[in-house]
Write a protein that binds this ligand. Structure first.
Ligand code: HEC
Ligand code: HEC
Ligand code: HEC
Ligand code: HEC
Ligand code: HEC
Ligand code: HEC
Ligand code: HEC
Ligand code: HEC
Ligand code: HEC
Ligand code: HEC
Ligand code: HEC
Length: 411
């Protein structure tokens, strides 16, 4: 009969027990029977003592389930002391959670994976809504990071960690949780509580194709812009090289854009975009304009940016952050017809001519003939001078050596 109990009968049973509708004796008997040996140091091992006050205050103590509901191997045992009791079992009443776990990363049988009680406790299970619960939003990081801050565990299980596990605690999200913002995400908002899946599983909320939707649950406006931009469109088409949200913001240590440690802080954006846009292999593969970082850093804006002036233009001021489009697209901020408006947002006096100059000026012959020519002349001149100097020194040394030898011989 036990096996056929489901959550709702358990719930009813629990509530029924709580209000004392069942004969108190039937349920209390098991409890009292067990406590004959399992309290007050009877067995001489403190670990074998059940802390009655703590157990009584737990959700299960409050609703009065029996010891053997969890220690199910001992149900019906009358001969004491008993045989080893085996693993406790929560699945009888929490089939949903147990089944979800068996389909996911923490399934039983996986070495190092948590049990129900690693995350919830055994005799002190609290309702999820209780702030003191191990799984309450603010406490999840320490519960999960007990294992997930361990780099060797991540390595042993092939989990991708590009940042330390504690990174989440540095994030704007954790900060918001601490300030009591109930809209901020915690571990299980993005990963699920029982159905945690690897990023390799296409059904996972953190699979590459799903990350933007996962963030978009709360950042819907950004999600929509991103989907319209070149990175978002290409991501949807399965391109493995374009960034999704985490490519620019990180996975866990996501910070506010005005935090100087954020990869999207005005002074850091150029470096963030340039991971890809200065990568010669990648730009060649896509036929993209390359050397964006170098050409930006050489510009007025780039120089000022390097000296910490954050009001000058950075990559995102001219290209946008989420709805970036190629210059050939008429909606692009850098389409020739929109450039005046783009520059004009900071240079109100900018006329049509102001924006016609090339922004990413490369010293190539096609891009800027004079810069190219001057550089060529300069290089030729320098190598000429150094070459002549080297020849002069060599001849001089040779002459000294020869005259030295003939003087030695004649002496
Ligand atoms: C007559 C004494 C006695 C009674 C009554 C008793 N136990 Fe035990 N229990 C023991 C002893 C002895 C051990 C082994 C202690 C050790 O290994 O140090 C034990 C161990 C356990 C363990 C630890 C795991 C294991 O099996 O070794 C659990 C869980 C447990 N008992 C549950 C219960 C429950 C539930 C009841 C009530 C149905 C109960 N016990 C009744 C004596 C008793
Ligand atoms: C909600 C389920 C649940 C109920 C109800 C419950 N237990 Fe436990 N019990 C557990 C879990 C889970 C553990 C921890 C097992 C572990 O760490 O391996 C545990 C551990 C124990 C241990 C110590 C075993 C050890 O190896 O340290 C004893 C003894 C024990 N329980 C006895 C009892 C007794 C007596 C009762 C009734 C008063 C009871 N339990 C009620 C789930 C339960
Ligand atoms: C990796 C940690 C972890 C493990 C392992 C785990 N849980 Fe949970 N569980 C959570 C978290 C976190 C929540 C809260 C979810 C939320 O806030 O939505 C939760 C919620 C619950 C709830 C409340 C209702 C619900 O489903 O949201 C129940 C009941 C529950 N867990 C039972 C179990 C049982 C039974 C097991 C073992 C089969 C288990 N849990 C294993 C972390 C865990
Ligand atoms: C005999 C049935 C039974 C067993 C066995 C059982 N529970 Fe429960 N559990 C309940 C009932 C009933 C509730 C109260 C449900 C409610 O109020 O929604 C509950 C509540 C919970 C909650 C809080 C859910 C919430 O909504 O906040 C968690 C977490 C939980 N149990 C975890 C466990 C774990 C872990 C185990 C095994 C160690 C376990 N339970 C074993 C019946 C059981
Ligand atoms: C007792 C240690 C432990 C705890 C606590 C724990 N985990 Fe895990 N977790 C693991 C192990 C081990 C794996 C790897 C399982 C495998 O090899 O598939 C894993 C896998 C995962 C994965 C999938 C990654 C992958 O590549 O398989 C996610 C996501 C995850 N855990 C999230 C969480 C969250 C969220 C929590 C807290 C609610 C949590 N874990 C608590 C040990 C733990
Ligand atoms: C805002 C959403 C979000 C939150 C909150 C979050 N994560 Fe993640 N997590 C991700 C994303 C996205 C990935 C990256 C997947 C990738 O790039 O491969 C990830 C990766 C992981 C992985 C590696 C999974 C794998 O498959 O390799 C683990 C483990 C993990 N997170 C645990 C946690 C823990 C523990 C917490 C809470 C302290 C947490 N995460 C909070 C979104 C989140
Ligand atoms: C190509 C890099 C890049 C990608 C990909 C990216 N972002 Fe951003 N994000 C930025 C930059 C740069 C800023 C700062 C914009 C600024 O300074 O005006 C920013 C700002 C933000 C902000 C705060 C300001 C605002 O506009 O609300 C949020 C929230 C945000 N991003 C979320 C996301 C989400 C969600 C995704 C995925 C759907 C995403 N980002 C993808 C670069 C990126
Ligand atoms: C459950 C909702 C939720 C999810 C999911 C979520 N966020 Fe957030 N996020 C928030 C909230 C709430 C804040 C605001 C914190 C504050 O300003 O106090 C925030 C803040 C941010 C900021 C800083 C905004 C700023 O002003 O600069 C960025 C960037 C950000 N989130 C990116 C992401 C990314 C990337 C993901 C996915 C990996 C994500 N978020 C998932 C709720 C969420
Ligand atoms: C993870 C690598 C990566 C990051 C980071 C990245 N991009 Fe890209 N970006 C690409 C790839 C790959 C393409 C080419 C997509 C295609 O055309 O298929 C692209 C396309 C573009 C294009 C269109 C170019 C064209 O000629 O079609 C612009 C403009 C652009 N990115 C600007 C930016 C800016 C600005 C940032 C930073 C805010 C940035 N990107 C960050 C990989 C990246
Ligand atoms: C002051 C505005 C401005 C800034 C700052 C800027 N760009 Fe540009 N970018 C442009 C304009 C205008 C074009 C198109 C004409 C050209 O190539 O000079 C362009 C072209 C590009 C292209 C080729 C896109 C295409 O469709 O032709 C990429 C890729 C690019 N920029 C990336 C970046 C990156 C990465 C940064 C930061 C390191 C950056 N840009 C900084 C204005 C800017
Ligand atoms: C985010 C704001 C911003 C945007 C967008 C922007 N600039 Fe600037 N730019 C500045 C600031 C600030 C300075 C420094 C002004 C000063 O100190 O006088 C500057 C300086 C310059 C200078 C150097 C001297 C000067 O003051 O005239 C040129 C040339 C220039 N910008 C061209 C452009 C062009 C062309 C565009 C559009 C493709 C553009 N800028 C877009 C903020 C911006």
């Amino acid at each position: 009969m036990r096996e056929t109990l489901n959550m709702s009968t358990c719930r009813t049973l629990g509530l029924a027990l709580a209000v004392g509708l069942l004969t108190a004796g039937a349920a209390a008997a098991g409890y009292e029977d067990c406590l004959v040996c399992h309290t007050g140091g009877v067995l001489g091992d403190p670990r074998m003592d059940v802390d009655e006050a703590r157990y009584g205050a737990s959700i299960h103590g409050l609703i009065g389930i029996s010891c053997t509901d969890c220690h199910s191997a001992l149900a019906g045992v009358t001969d004491f002391p008993h045989e080893p009791s085996g693993r406790p079992d929560c699945s009888m009443c929490h089939a949903d959670a147990s089944e979800a776990i068996e389909r996911a990363a923490h399934r039983s049988g996986t070495p190092d994976a948590p049990n129900c009680w690693t995350c919830h406790g055994g005799h002190d299970v609290a309702p999820v809504s209780d702030e003191a619960s191990r799984v309450a939003p603010l406490n999840q990081p320490s519960t999960c990071l007990a294992c997930h801050a361990d780099a060797s565990l991540a390595g042993a299980h092939g989990m991708q960690v590009r940042e330390p596990g504690e990174a989440f605690e540095l994030s704007v999200h954790y900060q918001a949780l601490k300030e009591g913002n109930p809209a901020a995400p915690t571990c299980t908002t993005c990963h699920g509580a029982h159905d945690n899946l690897s990023h390799n599983d296409p059904a996972s909320p953190i699979a590459r194709a799903n990350v933007a939707d996962t963030c978009g649950m709360c950042h819907g406006d950004v999600g929509e812009k991103f989907a319209r931009g070149v990175h978002g469109t290409e991501l949807a088409a399965g391109d493995p090289n374009v960034p999704t949200c985490t490519g620019c913001h990180a996975e866990h240590a996501i910070r506010a854009h005005d935090d100087p440690a954020s990869p999207v802080f005005a002074a850091n954006i150029a470096r963030t975009c340039s991971h890809c846009h200065d990568d010669e292999t990648l730009t060649a593969q896509y036929g993209l304009a390359s050397a964006r970082m170098r050409t930006f850093m050489g510009s007025f804006h780039g120089v000022a940016n390097r000296f910490g002036q954050i009001t000058v233009a950075n990559c995102a001021s001219c290209h946008g952050a989420h709805d970036i489009l190629p210059s050939t697209n008429a909606h692009s901020r850098i389409h020739p017809s929109n450039l005046q408006a783009t520059c004009g947002s900071c240079h109100p006096q900018a006329g049509a001519n102001f924006a016609t100059g090339k922004i990413h000026v490369q010293d190539t012959r096609e891009d800027n003939f004079w810069a190219w020519l001057v550089k060529r002349l300069y290089l030729t001149m320098i190598s000429g001078v150094i070459g002549m100097f080297a020849i002069f020194i060599a001849v001089d040394l040779w002459w000294r050596w020869r005259t030295g030898r003939s003087e030695g011989r004649s002496a």
